[in-house]
Design a protein around this ligand. Structure first.
Ligand code: SMO
Length: 773
């Protein structure tokens, strides 16, 4: 799709990204691009052990290293339990973390931190910190965590909000609706699938990084690569013991988040080091630290049982989950909840539903938010089970989905029963183009002609698979965004948003939403995001919320500003505001034809008559979370001799409502699908028998690059979401939910091997093939 060179028009056009030119020109926009004279380098001492008590920390030798300015450890930092998960309030994740503990719980856990004049001095000091450990038996799998007599990972007395610490259970859910056991027993046809997904990492190009310094007024400035600036401010204030009014968090351009930056990790450490030394402190994770010490996807085992009548109508749907949250419970309950809440409503015809699961602690890296947020794990099992059910019924898998998926005007009890860490909100689906997505996707991949053909080319056998998915748009009852729109004296606009563009293009989309209402080109709206001193509150960029939640706030602010503009113009023209219309930068009277440009309106309000600032701040809380929908189709070729799987083609048709910026939406969809293909084919963090990650880097942990990417066809199927800004809902996450099941189902279509454990590496495929008759 061609980018509009003329910056006119707004919604529905792929205008140039507002930050595009500066990014392309390599301007110093990112967190660490700022050089503050006199900065120190901060670094962290990681635990070499998976589970141990710290008997003593001796820093005397390290302190003698020239250039060392401060060393932090449990002995000299206050102990404040908190959660690193930057979510709403009250926080649904347990307070099971302190900055520096007397116990380490995974290889890479934080033991101490150093600030020094140079990286070398910091490294030398870390090497000279003497730590005496008392080793404890490590828990290296979810099953071990639940075994009788398992070592207790969180035995500290001051943790709060852990479901059952004595049994290593961080969180649990149990939502029965109807009687699933009876319905499954009575169902004429049943199918079951258990699917497993391993540790995987977001692999953002920019690592987690921060600069902390105190300004002239003695206020702490945190310039940080984050998805959640306002949560950073709140959490750092508590953990470090500073008045939040003395903290300013600045979010510059961000090089990707995918959920991993919905976490407060380096900021409090850098803040404390800056306070101890009185100097600016720069910190960044190395790539190895990003893998091990930032966050990962929650590894899970999900079992789905389906019961249906002979025509394929679902009667019973059971989903059981065992989630591994790693050493700490960041997002443990909320990701677990989403495994069911974002999947089960898709097939809302079943009256009997049971969703249950546990998230357990292990002595492995900490899982957290990762694009898809549990739905990805849920859809893998659900959509493989649906494929099995279709086979048993002798029904086309597309037709099986068609007979069961939710439609406009319908609801699901799941919406109300499961929220994020609390009850959800009842809602009906007001927009859904899934039926059309299924039709178009099937047509584009050649479903009828190619499915079940097992076309051969030497050792390669071709097959087709498909899957469906939905997600949400923000979190009901939790998310809130505000926007401030100001008209300048020249008639242009400033838009201040707490919303957090991570590279997705959301700043551009928010400018488009305002420009559409104001009748101006996008380049007349200057966007500022986000700075806790200057931009209004926003819960942050997560849960596919920005276009919908922040976008609605922007639209409200824009419509208030529009009304103010018409009032000023009405007074100037001697007309009623109701007779005026605003378009193409001009206010015109439908009655008299008299007009006033926006710059004349701005000038008049500022300098001439009835002087005042034209501006508005508006908020939007999220009463509903309209789901985007997607249908995924792929063609794979499987080498029967080696087990290698090649994705030949991938088609995704998605309904995100009205796409504000179609090219950005397609980019989100394509990127999410490629990440999902990585999950399916290659991504897996591997651990030694003592719990050390052995492939924490891009040399050994492979993500698909542009050279590996198959042809991905993205199709936006429009619908109109009545509660969305200009009809929009979300697109950023839904695309990652399809590739795992669609590729697994395609491998089955090709060679009859049911791949239920990701990734589908050649060894695994060959192994399963060996058992296929
Ligand atoms: S995985 Mo996103 O930060 O909700």
């Amino acid at each position: 799709m061609a980018v509009e060179t003329q910056q006119r028009g707004a919604v529905g056009q792929s205008v140039r990204k507002v930050d595009g030119p500066s990014l392309v020109a390599g301007k110093p926009l990112f967190t660490l691009d700022l050089d503050i004279p006199g900065s120190l380098v901060g670094a962290i001492l990681p635990s070499p052990h998976a589970h141990a008590r710290i008997v003593s920390v001796d820093t005397s030798e390290a302190e003698q290293v020239p250039g060392v300015r401060a060393i932090l450890h449990h002995g000299n930092v206050p102990r404040v339990p908190y959660t690193t998960a930057g979510q709403g309030w009250p926080e649904p994740s347990p307070y099971d973390t302190v900055l520096f503990d007397t116990k380490v719980r995974f290889v890479g856990d934080r033991v101490a931190a150093v600030a020094a004049e140079t990286e070398d001095a910091a490294a030398e000091a870390l090497a000279k910190i003497r730590v005496e450990y008392e080793l404890l038996p490590p828990v290296l799998s979810s099953e071990e965590a639940l075994a009788a007599g398992a070592p207790i990972i969180h035995d500290e007395p001051d943790a709060e909000g852990i479901y059952d610490a004595a049994h290593n259970i961080a969180a649990a859910v149990d939502i029965p609706i109807g009687d699933v056991a009876a319905a499954l027993a009575a169902a004429p046809v049943t199918a079951e699938a258990t699917c497993e997904i391993p540790y995987s990492q977001h692999a953002t190009i920019e690592p987690h990084c921060v600069i902390a310094y105190f300004d002239d007024a003695g206020r702490l400035i945190l310039r940080t690569s984050t998805q959640v600036p306002f949560h950073v401010r709140r959490i750092v204030a508590r953990v470090v013991g500073l008045d939040p009014a003395r903290i300013r968090v600045v979010k510059p351009r961000i090089g990707g988040g995918f959920g991993s930056k919905q976490e407060v990790l380096l900021e409090p450490v850098a803040a404390l080091l800056a306070r101890r030394t009185g100097r600016p402190v720069r910190m960044t994770y190395t790539r190895q630290e990003v893998f091990v010490a930032s966050r990962t996807r929650h590894p899970m085992k999900v079992t789905v049982r389906l019961g249906a009548s002979k025509d394929g109508t679902l009667h019973a749907l059971e989903m059981g989950v065992l989630s591994n949250t790693g050493a700490y419970g960041a997002h443990a309950l909320t990701v677990l909840s989403n495994v069911g809440s974002k999947t089960l409503p898709l097939y809302n015809k079943a009256p009997h539903v049971h969703f249950h699961g546990r998230a357990v602690y292990t002595n492995l890296p900490v899982a957290g938010a990762y694009r898809g947020y549990g739905a990805t794990q849920g859809y893998f099992a659900l959509e493989v089970a649906m494929d099995k059910l279709a086979e048993k019924l002798g029904l086309d898998p597309v037709e099986l989905r068609r007979r069961n998926h939710i439609r406009v005007g319908e609801t699901s009890p799941i919406f109300e029963k499961i929220g994020e860490g609390r009850e959800g909100t009842a809602q009906i689906v007001r927009s859904c183009a899934l039926e059309e997505c299924l039709r178009i996707g099937a047509e584009r991949i050649g479903w009828r002609e190619k499915r079940g053909q097992r076309r051969e080319e030497g050792p390669w056998v071709h097959g087709l698979g498909m899957a469906c998915a939905m997600q949400g748009s923000g979190i009901t009852g939790v998310d809130m965004a505000a926007a401030t729109l100001v008209m300048q004296d020249d008639g242009s606009f400033r838009l201040l948003v707490g919303a957090t563009d991570l590279g997705t293009g959301s700043d551009t989309i928010l400018a488009q939403i305002a420009a559409q209402e104001l009748g101006v080109p996008v380049d007349r709206v200057l966007v500022y995001s986000s700075d806790t001193d200057f931009t209004p509150f926003d819960t942050g960029a997560y849960a596919s919320s920005t276009t919908y939640v922040s976008g609605n706030a922007v639209l409200r602010a824009a419509s208030e500003v529009r009304a103010q503009i018409l009032d000023v113009a009405a007074a100037a023209l001697g007309e009623r505001a109701s007779a005026l219309e605003l378009a193409a930068g001009v206010v015109r009277s439908r009655k008299s034809g008299k007009s006033l440009t926006l710059s004349e309106v701005g000038h008049r309000a500022t300098y001439v008559a009835d002087q005042r600032q034209i501006a508005a701040t508006a908020s939007f809380a999220c009463p509903e979370s309209p789901p985007p929908f997607a249908a995924f189709f792929c063609e794979v070729a499987v080498d029967r001799e080696t087990g290698v799987v090649r994705v030949e083609r991938f088609v995704v048709a998605a309904d995100c409502g009205v796409a504000i910026h179609p090219q950005a939406a397609e980019g989100q969809l394509e990127g999410a699908v490629l990440q999902g293909i990585g999950h399916a084919l290659c991504e897996e963090m591997l651990f030694s028998p003592r719990g050390r990650c052995v492939n924490a880097g891009f040399f050994d942990y492979k993500i698909p690059s542009s050279l590996d990417a198959p042809e991905i066809e993205t199709i936006l199927v429009p619908s109109e979401e009545p509660t969305g800004p200009w009809g929009a809902k979300s697109i950023s996450e839904v695309g990652i939910n399809g590739p795992l099941p669609a590729i697994s189902n395609a491998i089955y279509d090709a060679v009859g091997a049911r791949m239920v454990r990701a990734p589908f590496t050649p060894e695994r495929v060959r192994f399963v093939l060996g058992a296929v008759p």
